[in-house]
Design a protein around this ligand. Structure first.
Ligand SMILES: Nc1ncnc2c1ncn2[C@@H]1O[C@H](COP(=O)(O)OP(=O)(O)OP(=O)(O)O)[C@@H](O)[C@H]1O
Ligand SMILES: [Mg+2]
Length: 234
């Protein structure tokens, strides 16, 4: 479904991604783990088209993305839920969700999708009239994921969806990610919580200083001694 070949990315003169090659098959959950500043978010931004300086090839469902502007990539079914949620603070939950469905591919079905999202995330239905900036952190995260789903993604990219959440909510978000995949959406997940991310993922990539240094199934990576020391605190 998605294939990156030798992707480089720069902020000004500084190279942040080096020769990134990775692939995601339809129906997989794939995770990218790595330390702070390794370049995880930058990979997602390169895929969604929000890094100004990227080189190399990114193919999505057979089409070369690097020549396609960011807003058209969303129309193709590539949806990015960024780090830090980025809700519209002075819009209600319902309005935030509807903003996710303004694109062509999702507009006509938006009422059905809204029911699907409310079914998956009933808390959002209860709070639909509340302003986004008055939601709790966990509710904001639900709203951000819900807004992503409103765009009817083929591939959903989630950047640190459990950041700052209490352990019980963290557990719940990982369950939600499985449920979303089981409903037919392919998932690329970036997480600080490497252990949980590798548990839920089919495959994972380990990123160090902008380079992929390891790639395997989630289970294999969880068993890897070096990785356990470096990232899993074991
Ligand atoms: N807009 C920007 N301008 C300049 N440098 C940037 C910009 N965005 C990111 N960087 C730098 O690029 C590097 C990689 O950042 P990135 O956000 O991809 O890391 P990350 O792996 O997602 O880290 P974290 O786990 O802390 O979210 C960092 O050194 C960061 O300071
Ligand atoms: Mg990041």
């Amino acid at each position: 479904m998605l294939e990156l070949n030798n992707v480089n990315a720069y902020y000004g003169d500084v190279q942040v991604l080096r020769d990134i090659s990775l692939s995601i098959r339809k129906g997989e959950i794939v995770t990218i783990v790595g330390a702070n500043a390794a370049g995880k978010s930058t990979i997602l931004k390169a895929i969604s088209g929000t890094v100004p300086n990227a080189e190399g090839s990114i193919r999505f469902q057979g089409e070369e993305l690097t020549v396609i502007p960011a807003h058209q990539r969303v129309e193709m079914g590539l949806v990015h839920v960024p780090e830090g949620r980025r809700l519209f603070p002075h819009l209600s939950v319902r309005e935030n969700l509807e903003m996710g469905a303004y694109i062509k591919r999702a507009r006509l079905q938006r009422m059905q999708t809204l029911q699907y999202v409310y079914g998956l995330l009933p808390r959002l239905k209860e709070r639909e009239k509340q302003m986004a900036d008055s939601l709790s952190g966990g509710e904001q995260q639900m709203c951000a994921i819900g807004r992503g789903l409103m765009a009817r993604p083929e591939l959903l990219m989630l950047d640190e969806p459990t950041l700052g959440l209490a352990p019980i909510l963290v557990q719940w978000v990982f369950q939600l990610i499985r449920q979303i995949r089981d409903s037919g959406v392919t998932i690329l997940l970036v997480e600080q919580n490497a252990h949980k991310a590798l548990e839920v993922a089919d495959r994972g990539y380990v990123l160090e200083n902008g380079r992929i240094v390891m790639e395997s199934t989630g289970d294999e990576l969880l068993r890897d001694q070096g990785l356990r020391k470096a990232y899993l605190g074991m």
